[in-house]
Design a protein around this ligand. Structure first.
Ligand code: GLN
Ligand code: ZN
Length: 789
């Protein structure tokens, strides 16, 4: 370990002088068996003390550093570990706790800081928690900094400095990781609701705190510091790149600082590339992943080539291993890229395209994968080995790793030609899709008339979004089936009994369009992934969603098709219990893909067509089974919108087409519903109209039906059920509340013939204690408003 540099401009590593390095930008925090989740939740329940939790954290950090070092990494990230969220950690590091939290726990020791962190994440007696939102286009959620003109920053680097010490004590080259000032402010929001305060105006106030941090890190022995500026891959507001240049010029002039590595990830740099390359910093990290259809690798390679001598003295972390997907790296292609880059830069590190936080921890935890598929997968731990292997290949020559490269190529080509992945029947069906397959029969008006004739619904029909509470008995039956304590017949009987209960309850409540309640579904994506050919599900493939919550995304491994009906028996069973219509319930193609890992040999658009064709068969089978109303949920449609504006139109085209392919095969008299878990449609409104669904239900209760004005402005031609019950809150609305919401919708321009009455979202996470009275209120309120029409 060398001493930190103490000059204003540390000498750059000479071209060809340093051996190729191997490192990653970040690593999963969870630990084996999701140890961190158990410790954190145990702490919240009062079973694990703060000291015990801190000890678990220290042990997990140590283990992952050692794991990285023994895999062959030459430098390890420090500070990417978090008990909850790294953006929240940054807020605490910068002393930017919002003023509204006046009752935060005190104590200037690690336990006190931990308590404050959890208070901001989970709320206090007097304050709701920090808002949570999606981290770029991943399925990770961060806690949004709340900043205002009154925000004052102050450095609190104790925890980070201690971690640098922990890693150095292990004899490792430790590279602290912090979220950069431009990104931090760009990801923040104004602390006054409705204010037009722009957090980026705080840059001048923030930069000196970062400078102070750099000096402190140098003092702690850090030779390099990784400062993440992922916002550089977004479309930039005017003038921002100029500010980036100023900020980094100022930071580079900090006396006594480590060498600076500006890390970017999640896509192509575009117009930010020349700015980034020209910054007076010693190192850069660039996304060079090769996801099909993304164009990231080609675009960033071209940008690096164009940067010319700006790069000659710099260190480059080349993110050739995809940190967003679970497939092993095409080693031969990666070596080509790395070899070229080696000639352009001062020194090269092999790396992953982003933190490995976004992939599961360890493939070895999977016990029942097809061996041919497993051979082609790489989770975080396997990706470390790939990074190290590629670095080794650059150091010792390609021949030295020829065996591994050949093995990789063989595994890949075996999978590509396996009947598991390429299905001629699926390819033929895809090729045969024509324009007529994505067009509904009949105009919206004709459909409305024939559906009305068939269904005979009252004005303001009442319905729900699909799921009913997943009770203890339902969960127990599912666990029993998994453990083999309950046989499939016993499980089916238990689920049927639940469907009977749910249908009887809805009849008793007087709802107009019923649902079966989805008791048989563990998760709206996994349930279908388990039944579709071409998807695989994992046992332990957990990925952090937020805080202590993890999800297990399925993996699309091959051509998708439907070997057998998936939901038809449940819907048919529910329908024969009642004379009222029972709504069939499917997850749409865009959401299926958004919450899964995609293939590395087909674009998302191509896979979406396959998924849509499989779902189309299900829709048609439901129709044949006498189901007159079919809902296709697409809660991920908006969140999947590409980060760059230029890519959005192409995305919306395939997304709409996939939805239409799923739904357009039915008769005019079959009513197609869709559901979205939000109401701020913004630029997807046109696409939502193009879905041509007869009825859309969406979240609206909290925003007081604001969506109604947008729909009117866009002349939304179909029926709409703006949610009248905020199911995210345990509060049961009153009849007056719901009547007021419905009247707002009517006054806002939704014609009575096109207004539906429903909750904001599914009821899966609520209890019957709220569901029963709330639905009673909905039905009663619909009656009250109907009377007045
Ligand atoms: N039909 C699903 C349910 O009710 C919809 C869930 C969702 O919108 N996320 O649970
Ligand atoms: Zn929803």
């Amino acid at each position: 370990m060398t001493d930190p540099h103490t000059t204003t401009t540390p000498p750059p590593p000479g071209r060809g002088g340093s051996p190729t390095g191997a490192t990653v930008l970040g690593y999963p925090r969870q630990g084996p068996g999701r140890r961190l989740k158990r410790a954190v939740e145990g702490h919240w329940r009062g079973r694990t003390s703060a000291e015990e939790l801190l000890a678990v954290g220290a042990e997990l950090r140590r283990d992952r550093w050692q794991e990285m070092a023994s895999a062959g990494l030459t430098e390890v990230p420090v500070g990417d570990f978090s008990y909850y969220d790294h953006v929240l950690d940054t807020t605490l590091l910068l002393g930017a706790t919002p003023a509204r939290f006046t009752d935060l726990p005190a104590g200037d020791d690690p336990a006190g800081r931990l308590a404050r962190q959890f208070a901001l994440a989970r709320g206090t007696d007097s304050q709701p928690p920090l808002e949570m939102t999606k981290w770029f286009d991943t399925n990770y959620h961060y806690l949004v900094p709340e900043l205002g003109p009154g925000t004052r920053f102050a450095l609190h680097a104790e925890d980070l400095l201690r971690q640098v010490g922990e890693a150095r004590e292990l004899g490792l080259a430790a590279r602290p990781v912090v979220l950069g000032p431009v990104s931090y402010l760009s990801l923040a929001k104004a602390d006054e609701p409705g204010s037009d305060f722009d957090p980026l105006t705080l840059l001048d106030r923030l930069v000196p705190v970062y400078a102070e941090l750099l000096t402190a890190l140098a003092g702690a022995g850090a030779e390099w510091v990784q400062v993440d500026e992922p916002v550089l891959v977004l479309d930039q507001p005017a003038g921002l790149l100029e500010r980036v240049r100023e900020v980094w010029t100022a930071l580079a002039a900090t006396p006594s600082r480590p060498r600076l590595l500006v890390a970017t990830y999640f896509g192509a740099l575009g117009e930010a590339a020349p700015v980034l390359a020209g910054l007076p910093v010693e190192g850069l990290a660039v996304d060079l992943s090769a996801a099909p259809g993304s164009g990231t690798r080609a675009a960033n390679l071209a940008a690096l080539r164009a940067a010319g001598h700006d790069l000659a003295g710099k260190r480059l972390l080349a993110g050739v291993v995809d940190g967003r997907n679970v497939w092993r790296t095409d080693l031969a292609a990666a070596l080509d890229v790395l070899t070229e880059l080696g000639g352009l830069v001062g020194s090269l590190d092999v790396s992953a395209s982003c933190s490995l936080l976004h992939v599961p921890l360890d493939l070895a935890a999977e016990t029942s994968l097809d061996p041919g598929v497993a051979r082609c997968l790489a989770f975080a731990r396997q990706k470390l080995a790939e990074v190290a292997l590629l670095a080794d290949g650059l150091r010792r020559g390609r021949e030295a790793v020829a065996g591994a490269v050949a093995d990789d190529a063989a595994a890949r080509s075996a999978l590509r030609t396996s009947p598991l992945t390429v299905r001629p029947d699926v390819r033929e069906r895809v090729a045969a899709v024509g324009a007529a397959d994505t067009r509904r029969r009949g105009t919206a008006e004709e459909r409305r008339r024939s559906q009305q004739q068939r269904l005979g619904l009252p004005l303001l029909p009442t319905t729900t979004i699909g799921s009913f509470p997943q009770t203890e008995e339902v969960r127990r039956a599912r666990a029993g089936l998994r453990r083999g304590e309950l046989d499939p017949a016993g499980y089916q009987a238990a689920m049927r009994a639940e469907v009977e209960r749910v249908v009887a309850l809805q009849e008793e409540l007087g709802l107009d369009v019923l649902v079966h309640g989805e008791p048989e579904r563990n998760d709206m994506v996994q349930y279908f992934a388990e039944q579709l050919d071409g998807f695989l599900t994992t046992e332990e493939g957990w990925v952090q969603s937020y805080g202590s919550r993890y999800v297990r995304p399925p993996v699309v491994v091959g051509d998708v098709s439907r070997p057998a009906p998936m939901t038809v028996e449940w819907s048919r069973y529910a329908q024969q219990l009642t004379s009222r219509p029972v709504k069939g319930m499917l997850t749409g193609p865009v959401t299926m893909l958004a919450w899964s890992f995609g293939r590395d040999d087909l674009t998302p658009a191509e896979t979406a067509t396959q998924v849509a064709l499989a779902l189309r068969e299900e829709v048609q089978d439901l129709e044949r089974a006498g189901i007159a109303v079919i809902q296709v949920d697409e809660p991920a449609l908006r969140e999947t919108l590409p980060l760059r504006r230029a890519a959005r139109e192409g995305y919306l085209d395939w997304a709409v087409r996939a939805f239409l392919l799923t739904t357009a095969g039915v008769d005019a008299g079959t009513q197609v519903h869709t559901h979205m878990c939000y109401a701020e449609f913004g630029e997807v409104l046109e696409a939502i109209i193009a879905l041509d669904a007869d009825v859309i239900s969406l979240e609206a209760a909290r925003s007081r039906m604001e969506v109604v004005a947008d729909l009117r402005e866009a002349r939304y031609p179909h029926a709409v059920g703006p949610g009248v019950w905020d199911i995210h809150s345990p509060r049961v609305p009153t009849v007056a509340d719901v009547v007021a919401s419905l009247e707002l919708a009517l006054a806002g321009g939704v014609p009575a013939e096109r207004l539906w009455v429903n909750p904001d979202c599914g009821l899966k996470t609520r209890g019957y204690a709220e569901v029963e009275p709330a639905l009673r209120v909905l039905v009663e309120a619909a009656g009250v408003v109907r009377e007045r029409l």
